[in-house]
Design a protein around this ligand. Structure first.
Ligand SMILES: CCCCCCCCCCCC(=O)SCCNC(=O)CCNC(=O)[C@H](O)C(C)(C)COP(=O)(O)OP(=O)(O)OC[C@H]1O[C@@H](n2cnc3c(N)ncnc32)[C@H](O)[C@@H]1OP(=O)(O)O
Length: 214
């Protein structure tokens, strides 16, 4: 087997026998990830002296060693179900147990819209006081992908076109929403956007998803 479809099928088969995380485990890992997000921001913004930074560095290394005593072979794609959708716990965008995820909690509505109300912290800054354009793209890709999945036509992102209309501020409430516009065979097209706190569109996106065959 070759291609993305075959590769993903192989991985899914390998993971098929792995028990999903229980809710208690998800909850405590999500709390740990939240503490690490706070740590990430503290690292970026700390003003303590060099000796204190070195001491914290060593403590963090010791904590990493403790967690690594037992290591999973695959990221936890726990199949806890919310609103009929599989939760991607380790997603770098929406995964609650992934400390590099903002995270953005995306819900799918009965009309097929994927929607998230979220806030981006200052460590995702690109231009001063605004969200990095790549971070906006990442969030929109995930929203679009979830809309495609909710439509019953999931796929790999084949194209993603962004139009940055206005800068997206960080540290304020934002909304991302997307919906499938049409589906043709293995191809699904969807539109999405990010809205600022004033309700104005900051970024628009159009994507095409292709369900891989090979
Ligand atoms: C579970 C909970 C929630 C889940 C929610 C999940 C959300 C996840 C969101 C993030 C998703 C990602 O990051 S995905 C990762 C980033 N994307 C990738 O890595 C994709 C890499 N590319 C690929 O693997 C491949 O190129 C594919 C799968 C896109 C297409 O390969 P393929 O399966 O062989 O398809 P192929 O026969 O070539 O093409 C099929 C049809 O689509 C057209 N087509 C294919 N690619 C393109 C293209 N880039 N631009 C235009 N058209 C294209 C072809 O012309 C053809 O049209 P016709 O001849 O039929 O007319």
């Amino acid at each position: 087997m070759t291609g993305a479809g075959a590769a993903m099928r192989r991985v899914l088969e390998a993971r098929a026998g792995v028990a999903p995380l229980g809710e208690a485990e998800v909850d405590v890992l999500a709390e740990l990830a939240e503490r690490v997000r706070e740590l990430n921001e503290a690292v970026v913004f700390t003003g303590v002296d060099v000796d204190e930074i070195a001491a914290v560095r060593d403590e963090v290394a010791a904590l990493t060693a403790r967690l690594s005593v037992v290591r999973r072979e695959h990221p936890p794609l726990a199949e806890a179900r919310i609103g009929g959708m599989t939760r991607q716990l380790a997603s770098p965008v929406s995964g609650v147990v992934n400390p590099i995820a903002p995270p953005v909690h995306i819900q799918t509505l009965p009309d097929g819209t994927a929607r998230a109300e979220f806030q981006i912290g200052p460590i995702y800054e690109g231009p001063p006081s605004f969200v990095h354009g790549g971070v906006s793209a990442m969030i929109l890709d995930q929203v679009l992908g979830m809309a495609a999945s909710a439509n019953g036509t999931p796929g790999m992102t084949a194209t993603l076109e962004l139009r940055y209309r206005r800068p997206t501020p960080h540290g304020v409430p934002l909304v991302a929403e997307g919906k499938v516009t049409r589906s043709e065979g293995r191809r699904t097209f969807a539109d999405a956007r990010i809205l600022g706190p004033d309700g104005q569109v900051t970024v628009e996106a159009t994507a095409m998803f292709v369900m891989p065959m090979r």
